[in-house]
Design a protein around this ligand. Structure first.
Ligand SMILES: Cc1cc2nc3c(=O)[nH]c(=O)nc-3n(C[C@H](O)[C@H](O)[C@H](O)COP(=O)(O)OP(=O)(O)OC[C@H]3O[C@@H](n4cnc5c(N)ncnc54)[C@H](O)[C@@H]3O)c2cc1C
Length: 474
């Protein structure tokens, strides 16, 4: 008698979903289990990969084989003390073996030179996030994972005892189908691409935030909704998002402009509104970009610099826009180009220059150098305060570019989705679909946690369906 294979479905073709699907196929093979694994992706093959594909994928590890000793404490700090310790302990504990696993599938890691300023040690896959997508996809398909593009997961089907029994899908030809599944792993990203959910959490202005990459729009909160429709608990900061300052003129992906700490930033009225030098760029960009979108006139600001920018070694690394800055030998003319009242801009620069003249110390773009403005300037500038006097004067327009949201499903260290009282049987989630981030996004952790918990979800889901018996239906 032939046994029917158990069936398992993964939703999403980013780091979390591909790690999960491959890990299912590998576990099944190594345990001699007959498990049929299908990965559903709502975009076309050409567009697949969500945020992962467009992400440089900096990963916060001291080296591919070493977690920094302060990792867990840093996670606690970034979350203002709200982080689930067991989640981040598991992340730290599985980080190195997960990177080793990626290496075994052909992903190479290098030590990157990060923008301009330092911060925690990071590694990076050669080729960025698209290399992760490409290599894991190749390994998954050769391990037998069936990938169905233009198949959008719509709803979970639960059976006896609330156990997952299938998933409703809108297929490429517009037909609604239901796939049997003894377990489902949700890895469909956050809800940043869903204007209605964005409005509900952040207000009407959130609907107009520019998305940072072409892959970001596919993450429309579907996994979160599908699980909460059946009573899943949520976690993470529902008022949290990771957003970075980008050049609105650029047509490229993630055209960040991260030289604002070395000049001043003005609003459309030509006035400063922030301490541009309050910290390293990855410590200030999120609050800054959010403030631009939600609190500044026309949701735009301008970084104003002078030609000394070009003397900063490697300054190009901090500018990912292909469009040159507005520039002019005269501030008055620069103001006209960016439609800021010239008198205001000149006044602002003069007041800043007066407060920045005479400060002692050595300018150093790579660390907080302590070059601060004199006390009377409001708002102050705490580091990198040098007078703006050397023409040509430069202006970069900046708007917020949204990468991902923090609010998501509550999961435990086995990547099980939690219901009101207990894990929901047969339901797993990883990556942005899960919550866990509070306050500020911990720098260079999103891809790592997608990979680590995607892989864990795959292993745990195999254990689960293996325990169900024939058909994986219990
Ligand atoms: C420009 C940019 C830079 C970044 N830089 C970094 C960095 O340096 N370091 C870092 O750690 N993080 C970074 N991030 C964040 C990080 O890349 C993401 O958080 C991470 O890759 C998310 O992986 P994921 O698998 O959870 O989601 P995604 O990679 O977004 O994948 C989700 C997939 O699910 C699919 N999907 C959605 N809904 C459905 C549905 N209903 N049915 C089927 N499929 C569906 C989507 O199409 C998509 O393919 C960056 C992000 C961006 C955009």
């Amino acid at each position: 008698m032939t046994r029917n294979p158990s069936k398992l479905v993964v939703v999403g073709h980013g780091a979390a979903g591909l790690a999960a699907a491959l890990s299912v196929a590998e576990q099944a093979r190594s345990r001699g289990l007959d498990i049929d694994v299908t990965l559903l992706e709502k975009s076309s093959q050409a567009d697949a990969g969500g945020n992962t594909r467009w992400s440089p994928s900096y990963i916060r590890l001291a080296a591919p084989d070493r977690v920094a000793p302060d990792f867990e404490e840093d996670m606690r700090e970034a979350s203002g003390g709200s982080a689930d310790r067991s989640y981040f302990r598991k992340l730290a504990g599985h980080a190195v073996r997960t990177i080793g696993w990626l290496q075994s599938h052909g992903v190479e890691f290098v030590t990157p030179i990060y923008y301009l300023s330092a911060g925690p040690a990071r590694i990076q896959p050669l080729g960025g996030g698209s290399a992760i997508v490409e290599k894991l996809l190749a390994a998954a398909t050769s391990a037998g994972v069936k990938v169905r593009y233009q198949h959008e997961a719509k709803a979970l089907v639960l059976g006896k005892g609330g156990r997952v029994s299938g998933i409703a899908v809108l297929s490429a030809d517009g037909a609604s189908i239901t796939l049997d599944a003894g377990a489902v792993i949700l890895a469909s990203g956050g809800f940043q691409g869903n204007p209605a959910m964005m409005r509900a959490q952040f207000g009407a202005a959130a609907e107009t935030i520019k998305l940072i990459s072409p892959g970001t729009r596919f993450d429309t909160g579907d996994g979160i909704r599908m699980a909460t429709d059946h009573g899943a608990s949520v976690s993470g900061d529902w008022n949290g998002m990771h957003i970075e300052p980008i050049d609105p003129r650029s047509t490229g992906s993630a055209p960040v402009v991260l030289v604002y700490p070395y000049g001043i930033v003005v609003d459309q009225d030509g006035r400063r509104f922030m301490d541009e030098g309050s910290g390293l760029v990855h410590e200030t960009w999120e609050a800054f970009a959010r403030d631009i979108h939600f609190a500044r006139p026309n949701s735009i600001a301008y970084a104003i610099l002078d030609s000394r920018l070009f003397d900063i070694e490697g300054y190009q690394r901090a500018i990912r826009s292909e469009v040159p800055p507005y520039q002019s030998p005269l501030l008055e003319d620069l103001a006209a180009q960016i439609r800021v009242p010239a008198r205001n801009l000149i006044e602002t620069v003069e007041a800043f220059n007066a407060a920045a003249t005479g400060n002692v110390g050595q300018f150093d773009a790579t660390r907080c150098d302590g070059l601060a403005t004199a006390t009377e300037l409001e708002p102050p500038k705490s580091n990198w305060a040098r007078p703006i006097t050397k023409p040509p004067f430069l202006a970069y327009p900046l708007v917020g570019g949204l990468a991902y949201t923090f609010g998501g499903l509550a999961t435990n260290e086995k990547a099980e989705v939690l219901g009101a009282q207990a894990p929901m049987p047969g339901l797993y989630a990883a990556g942005e679909t899960t919550g866990h981030f509070y306050g500020t996004a911990p720098n260079a952790v999103a891809v790592l946690r997608a990979l680590v918990f995607g892989r864990i979800a795959g292993c745990e889901a195999v254990d689960f369906v293996a325990g169900l018996g024939e058909n994986g239906q219990g």
